[in-house]
Design a protein around this ligand. Structure first.
Ligand code: SF4
Length: 344
């Protein structure tokens, strides 16, 4: 049985950050620009708990560098969260922070309050990318933080971005491999978007930064998804959620924004797996109907966004899609004989 998870997000926008990374404007992205007070934190948690129906509930502090916040404020927040954990209404506490804000003292504090997962905003393992993005920390600090987090028995989350200044596919994929080597327990993947009132917006306007295309992003993310699937590391987020603020023409000035990026990535993976068999079928003169059996949950991936995959099945008179619960996720069956895995 699959357990249903729910997250109570608490935004500590830009709190604890020593500088502005070029791509980041948390206040603009989250729409939250005041620090939570103890009262507002309790109110937020209570209001989520009234509506949430899930087996596992997590309180998650996002949007800043939690462990860079003054210690007494961290403790005030964690004290409240840990009470919910102790009385069983919440099961886990997670938070995100910078790699250079992890040390023994910090981790002992987080342990004391029952924090379960620490997500490191790594973004890239490439020195030149970190420098051009004004991250303000070294590559070495990532390795040190990741290994300490593991040593202390926390779950390690790693957040990566594709398309930062000086980034390219090889560097992004190197970051993917390093996150695997560090035994990350979960991953978040984000495309770099040009957000209003950031240094990246200035670079974009001055034409010194050119965002990667949506097509490039889909291919890079798809290859990363395949790799993480291969090693069994879950991707807990792919792409930014569309909100009132995160949308083209709102806070997003440029970049590969798509409200359904994850869907596009899976559509691409399904089509790539199908492609080699299309030509083979077209060449068989008397056999121009292609029958594809797929799990009902993934029919949309075989069809593709706006039926794009279907339209690409050129030369076939008829493509028949059959939904079957017998077909495992991330696979499909061709002409009732061959099982094709999308992740191989
Ligand atoms: S990317 Fe992270 S560390 Fe950089 S400014 Fe944004 S929240 Fe702070």
């Amino acid at each position: 049985m699959c357990l249903k998870h729910a997250i109570i997000p608490i935004f500590v926008s830009h709190m604890g950050c020593p500088n502005d990374c070029v791509f980041c404007n948390q206040r603009q992205i989250t729409g939250v620009d005041v620090a939570p007070t103890s009262n507002s934190l309790t109110r937020q948690i209570e209001s989520y708990l009234e509506t949430i129906k899930a087996d596992v509930v997590e309180i998650a502090f996002f949007g800043g560098s939690f462990t860079g916040i003054e210690a007494h404020i961290q403790e005030a927040y964690l004290e409240i969260a840990s009470q919910y954990k102790m009385n069983g209404r919440v099961h886990n506490i997670r938070l995100s922070t910078r790699p250079d804000y992890i040390d023994d003292e910090i981790l002992l504090r987080l342990k004391k309050y029952g924090v379960t997962t620490i997500e490191l905003g790594v973004q890239s393992f490439d020195r030149s990318v970190l420098k051009a993005s004004k991250r303000g920390h070294s590559v070495a600090s990532i390795y040190k933080a990741a290994s300490l987090i593991k040593d202390y028995g926390f779950e390690l989350g790693i957040q990566l971005m594709y398309g930062l200044p000086r980034d390219n596919f090889e560097k992004f994929f190197f970051s993917v491999e390093e996150s695997i080597r560090l035994k990350a327990d979960c991953i978040r993947l984000y495309p770099v978007l040009v957000i209003k009132n950031t240094a990246l917006e200035q670079s974009y306007l001055m034409k010194t930064y050119v965002p990667v295309t949506l097509e490039d992003t889909i291919v890079a993310m798809a290859k990363a998804v395949k790799r993480y699937q291969e090693v069994g590391i879950p991707i807990i987020r792919l792409g930014l959620q569309r909100t009132d603020l995160i949308d083209e023409g709102k806070e997003v000035v440029a970049g590969p924004f798509h409200p359904a990026l994850k869907e596009l990535v899976y559509d691409w993976l399904f089509f790539e797996a199908l492609k080699p068999y299309l030509q083979e079928n077209v060449e068989m003169a008397d056999f121009k109907t292609l029958e594809i059996q797929v799990n009902p949950k993934q029919v949309t991936h075989i069809l593709g966004h706006a039926k794009r995959n279907l339209k690409r099945c050129k030369g076939l008179k008829n493509v028949m899609i059959i939904q079957s619960n017998q077909i495992e996720l991330n696979t499909f069956k061709l002409n009732n004989r061959q099982i094709i895995s999308v992740m191989k």
